[in-house]
Design a protein around this ligand. Sequence first.
Ligand SMILES: Nc1nc2c(ncn2[C@@H]2O[C@H](COP(=O)(O)OP(=O)(O)OP(=O)(O)O)[C@@H](O)[C@H]2O)c(=O)[nH]1
Ligand SMILES: [Mg+2]
Length: 314
Amino acid sequence: MNTVSVQTPRTAGAIGLVEVGGDLDALLTPILGRKPAPVGKLRRENFGDFDDGLVYRFAEDGAFCFPHAGPMVVRMLVEALIAQGAESTQKAAAFPEAAGPMESLLLATLAQATSPAAVDLLLAHGVRQDDAPLPTPKDLERSRRLDVLLSPPTVTIFGPPNAGKSTLFNALADQQLALVDDVAGTTRDHLEQRWLADGLVVQLVDTAGVRKSSGLEADAICHQSELIHTADLILSVANPEQAFLPPPPGIPTLKVGLQSDRGNHPESHLSLSVPQEQTFQQLAVAIRQRLVLDEDLQHQGPWWYPAARAARGI
Ligand SMILES: Nc1nc2c(ncn2[C@@H]2O[C@H](COP(=O)(O)OP(=O)(O)OP(=O)(O)O)[C@@H](O)[C@H]2O)c(=O)[nH]1
Ligand SMILES: [Mg+2]
């Protein structure tokens, strides 16, 4: 049987790995433009007119192709192989230890999950039986809310100049990424980093302080207002002398009073001060709770993660 299977995640990366099995001459010659190399040889090849990369023939009837790992390039190579008669054996080949197709999807989801909390929950409650009964509407709603554990939601720090946004961002990164200064308007572009918030990995964004400005800085602030509108959670911050800025409607917001060593902000949900790092844990829990409910994490019902829903057409 002629087969093709992708062994690397379907996300952008440096190098992809596509395994080809069967009659390699028939499958690969039309794509490479020449016969594949003999067993044990690694050779640079063109993949049609869309990419080039390496091919290693590990057996008479087996080879690894290493294209660039753009999702489109990998797909084009797989489609070219299918056009030559290969059958996609994706799941079985990628997870031979899986008991069935649904467990294979569970393992693929586990391999790509970004948050530690997702791993625990998938192992405990991820759907793995091929004949699992369809979810109730409540199970389905909860499952959709839990998807946030699989790809990092964006948490955007938003507030007036000099609130202490970059100082907080740097302290969370535990390194100096953003410029900090007591001159208002120090940050002119945005910076991003991943941060682990109580088991949930989030994409944290530091923005420029919002104020009236012109020229380049105004462009940067304008670009950031787009970032703010696409945030999953806004971390609205202000120092004790400042008012919180009105956040855009419809986006969950957590008000955090910064520089609490100089006094607490009366309107804040939470106060913190960068020199007092123990407050970071409270911040982590507050962010996680806004994005994933405690009750959803503790629920004992099945998690119909996206691949499981797609497999059942729900
Ligand atoms: N006392 C005290 N000062 C702080 C704290 N956090 C930040 N600061 C000071 O506040 C000033 C402004 O900090 P930044 O982090 O640059 O503020 P920002 O909100 O990023 O400012 P822009 O980028 O200009 O919008 C700096 O002088 C910091 O040292 C804090 O927790 N306590
Ligand atoms: Mg700043």
